[in-house]
Design a protein. Structure first.
Length: 256
């Protein structure tokens, strides 16, 4: 009988220990937030725009770590503010200190483009460079002068430079439209209507797309798309120059 009581007492004590352990475990579990929730799992913004992540339920009261898995597309600060920096797709991660995580699938679209006021006006060519397509070598006007036919007189060489520098001119308008003026063999002029847009990645680099079909000029397919860069003083425009070179013409801006 005595042995039986001892066994019962041992079982009872063991049960109390287990129950106490389970009670503690449950209390600890109650303090652990096992989920992180956000109000939006999908988001679309434009490059340059920002938004603050909106948290749901108890998530707002947690200590969280934020991360962008594509920093070329979006960045995020320690307060959960996301900024689109480039066109593309990124996963934004929100994780609490217990390892629970939520994500936002973010798409960053191209920003609406408005032509900068400083390049609005009439562009006139003042100097040129040549870039060798194969080697990347850049030739300034002094180097180009030495490349010209030695039989040409100084006057003829200067006339050639002036012709090349000024063969095209542009009118940049505030509504993103751009008009390219092309001289014709009979001494007249024809016009290409185009539209300017910004480069997806690089500041102050633009691309002009021209409607060459409406111009009626033959053989100017290479002028359809042109790359343009503004350095604060000149607009540099790249156009093909024969099979081996790219002509870079620097234009001053007569602002309206």
């Amino acid at each position: 009988m005595k042995n039986t009581l001892i066994k019962l007492k041992a079982i009872l004590v063991g049960s109390l220990i287990v129950m106490s352990f389970l009670s503690c475990t449950n209390d600890e579990d109650e303090g652990i937030i096992k989920t992180v929730t956000v109000e939006e799992s999908f988001k679309i913004i434009k490059a340059g725009e920002s938004f603050e992540i909106k948290l749901s339920g108890d998530t707002a009261n947690q200590k969280l770590t934020f991360k962008s898995y594509n920093l070329e597309v979006a960045t995020i600060d320690d307060k959960g503010v996301v900024t689109g920096v480039g066109v593309g797709f990124a996963i934004i991660s929100i994780e609490n200190e217990n390892g629970a995580e939520a994500t936002i699938e973010l798409t960053v679209e191209k920003a609406d483009f408005h032509v900068p006021a400083e390049i609005i006006g009439t562009w006139s060519g003042v100097k040129i460079e040549l870039i060798n397509k194969s080697t990347g070598d850049v030739y300034d006007e002094a180097t180009i002068l030495g490349m010209l036919n030695a039989e040409l007189t100084d006057e003829e060489k200067q006339k050639w430079f002036n012709t090349v520098r000024t063969q095209f001119s542009y009118q940049m308008n505030s509504d993103n439209t751009i008009i390219m003026t092309i001289p014709t063999e009979d001494g007249g002029e024809k016009y290409l209507d185009g539209e300017l847009d910004a480069d997806d990645k690089y500041k102050n680099i633009y691309h002009a797309l021209f409607d060459i079909e409406s111009s009626g000029i033959q053989g100017i397919e290479t002028l359809r798309k042109q790359s343009m860069t503004y350095d604060g003083e000149y607009v540099a425009v790249e156009t093909p120059f024969g099979p081996e070179f790219i002509l870079v013409t620097y234009y001053t801006i007569e602002r309206e």
